[in-house]
Design a protein around this ligand. Structure first.
Ligand code: NAP
Ligand code: G4F
Length: 328
């Protein structure tokens, strides 16, 4: 019989890549979606009919318990969250509810329904914040710098705690930034590649950005969902850093993206102080040697390949939009 996976956050970037990956592994895939007045299934449109969608919400404990009871999954991947760092200063309480307490609601669902269900928590390198050492590994102390980062620290430790308290096979994946053509357009990489495509095609004349000096360890989402699955296939539950081990500045990303379409970024980019954050995570670089050693995980997409992949995808999409074939 096919193994069953339940994914929260199926409509998000990672949810879409993970659903496709698990279908490829022969899983029966179930996705939790929250109710909205308009459908928001673009990222999984190509999987319609192959993923079973269920309405539930991270804010509603009963909806989660009933969903787990109905699906009876072998594995739960908790990817749902308020995931945009700047919004976490505007809505700190809601971010705490979704991104922090939402994790406990999922774990409580498992505890009440069936403790043998394996659980993956989408933890984040944002937890390292004002980094205590470089590169960051599973033992690096946390110093989160946003309400989002603080909520993720709670989500991480409650995952560890349910493992220790109830023996649940619960893993926390500490993933560094990962991107793709499916990345939300408010995140810096996709904001850049969307703008590059629109500027190249004469549809935009400026790109306003915040801190160009910020450095991130950027990988490809398609690679990172493989690590999530690998964590749940081990004999013992554990926590893993997933990263490329390389860091680049926002400026380098911008430079490469414009270069790819033969433009000079300095002609198009303006720095807007309004886009600076109240507290910044200046630099992140991960040490994924444990994931490499134990999980046999390796990233397959390099930084320049990632930039080119995203620019090419946005160029193709904007061209289709302009021909009136697609609107989003
Ligand atoms: P994303 O594209 O923003 O997707 C977030 C998902 O969460 C969406 O499907 C969203 O649904 C869902 N969601 C939000 N609030 C919900 C609620 N109350 N109930 C049910 N669903 C809700 O995020 P992502 O980039 O795929 O990231 C996946 C997870 O990994 C997130 O937890 C994120 O914080 C974490 N993470 C991401 C990265 C990264 O670089 N991408 C790195 C480390 C950790 P709607 O479509 O309805 O909004
Ligand atoms: O793309 P970002 O918004 O991602 P950030 O804040 O690193 O968070 C992402 O990665 C985390 C993993 O570390 C995830 F947990 C989280 O859910 C999310 O996926 O910003 C990256 C950097 C920041 O330093 C920001 O200040 O880019 C800088 N930046 C400069 N200009 C900008 C902009 N960020 C955005 N979003 N928009 C700008 O115009």
């Amino acid at each position: 019989m096919a193994r069953k996976a339940l994914i929260t956050g199926t409509t998000g970037q990672d949810g879409a890549y993970l659903a496709e990956f698990l279908l490829g592994k022969g899983y029966e895939v179930h996705g939790m979606v929250r109710r909205s007045s308009t459908e928001n299934f673009e990222r999984i449109a190509h999987l319609r009919g192959r993923v079973t969608l269920h309405q539930a919400d991270l804010l509603d404990q009963l909806s989660i318990v009933e969903l787990i009871q109905k699906v009876r999954p072998d594995e739960v991947y908790n990817l749902a969250a308020q995931s945009f760092v700047p919004t976490s200063w505007v809505q700190p309480l809601l971010t705490g509810e979704f991104t922090g307490l939402g994790v406990t609601r999922m774990l409580e669902g498992i505890r009440l329904v069936d403790r043998s269900i394996r659980f993956y928590q989408a933890s984040s390198s944002e937890m390292f914040g004002a980094v205590r050492e470089e590169p960051q590994n599973e033992h690096t102390p946390f110093w989160p710098r946003s309400p989002y980062g603080v909520a993720k620290v709670y989500g991480h430790w409650i995952t560890v705690n349910y493992r220790e308290s109830y023996g649940i096979f619960a893993c926390s994946g500490i993933l560094f930034n990962h991107e793709s053509p499916l990345r939300g357009k408010e995140f810096v990489t996709r904001k850049i590649t969307d703008a590059v495509a629109r500027i190249k095609l004469g549809l935009q004349d400026k790109l306003r950005l915040g801190n160009l000096d910020a450095m991130r360890d950027w990988g490809f989402s398609g690679d990172y969902v493989r690590a999530m699955w690998l964590m749940l296939q081990q004999d013992q539950p554990d926590d893993y850093v997933v990263a490329t081990g390389e860091k680049h500045s926002v400026r380098e990303f911008v430079e490469l993206a414009f270069q790819h379409v033969d433009l000079d970024w300095r002609d198009w980019v303006e720095v807007d102080p309004a886009l600076f954050r109240p507290a910044e995570v200046n630099t992140l670089r991960g040490d994924a040697s444990k994931a490499r050693r134990v999980l046999g995980w390796e990233p397959t997409v390099s930084f320049p390949e990632l930039v080119r992949m995203m620019v090419d995808a946005d160029l193709a999409r904007v061209r289709r939009e302009e021909r009136g074939q697609v609107r989003d």
